[in-house]
Design a protein around this ligand. Structure first.
Ligand SMILES: Nc1ncnc2c1ncn2[C@@H]1O[C@H](COP(=O)(O)OP(=O)(O)O)[C@@H](O)[C@H]1O
Ligand SMILES: [Mg+2]
Length: 231
């Protein structure tokens, strides 16, 4: 499955007086992996949430393929069918096992129970946890839990993965594993990925990086010319 094209134009998000995303424009081509860097508070999470339709901009447009993300009639369906989220914390439900956690977002899709089971087993296999389907989160290591969370993000076969500091809570060995895994799945499926991270490994794992400073995109300390950034 091909990845989505993401096109962000003149995006602004203000909370009261604070402009957290300030006239940001860029395009991500299908299948590209783009890193998002910037100090804490620079707007990385806000930007990812806007692209994933978890938040609404004050101004500007975001297109994911043909969808205008800022005017969706069915945002939940868009998220389910197009976007996979990976967060810093895994957000697994402790009372559900690995397979049930992965199946959870699929409950809203019109899939049979059998298809849900098949799909969740497939993606858990992809993240190397095919033999831990029934394990509870408490019985998994931190790295394994994040791999379950990645499997959950992959379960809907998204065209776009939005990852927010996916290795931020992991030790270096688990981080390495998660980076390799994410790189492998996007290469395998041609998925587009935008990944925010402080991890120095980010540059090696992405086609290019976008740097946010106080909600603005900058390159080499200079504010990016919006026309250049849009390409
Ligand atoms: N819901 C909100 N209400 C008010 N301010 C917010 C809200 N969400 C984020 N912010 C502010 O926006 C800025 C950017 O936050 P965030 O996107 O989380 O940055 P990052 O992910 O780069 O650390 C911060 O100053 C934060 O306090
Ligand atoms: Mg953040």
């Amino acid at each position: 499955m091909a990845g989505a094209r993401v096109s962000v134009e003149h995006l602004t998000r203000a909370f009261g007086q604070a402009t957290v995303i300030d006239d940001v424009s860029f395009t991500v081509e299908p299948g590209e992996t783009v890193g998002l860097t910037g100090a804490s508070g620079s707007g990385k999470t806000t930007l990812l949430q806007l692209i994933g339709s978890l938040d609404q901009p004050t101004h500007g447009t975001i297109k994911v393929d043909d969808f205008d993300v800022t005017h969706l009639r069915h945002p939940a369906r868009f998220r389910l069918e197009t976007v996979g989220f990976v967060f810093q914390l895994h957000h697994l439900l402790p009372e559900l096992n690995a397979q049930q956690n992965v199946e959870l977002p699929l409950l809203a899709a019109r899939l049979s129970r059998r298809e849900r089971a098949r799909r969740s087993q497939e993606v858990l296999g992809e993240v190397g946890l095919g033999d831990r389907l029934k394990a509870q989160p408490a019985d998994l290591s931190g790295g394994e839990r994040q791999r379950v969370a990645i499997a959950r993000a992959l379960a809907g076969r998204p065209k776009l993965i939005l990852a927010d500091e996916p290795t931020g809570a992991l030790d270096s060995r688990s981080s390495e594993h998660v980076w390799t895994l994410l790189a492998g799945v996007v290469a395998e499926h041609g998925t587009t990925m935008i990944v925010a991270s402080h991890d120095p490994a980010l540059a090696d794992r992405t086609n290019r990086t976008l740097n946010l400073v106080d909600g603005r995109l900058v390159a080499n300390g200079e504010r990016l010319d919006v026309r250049e950034a849009v390409q």
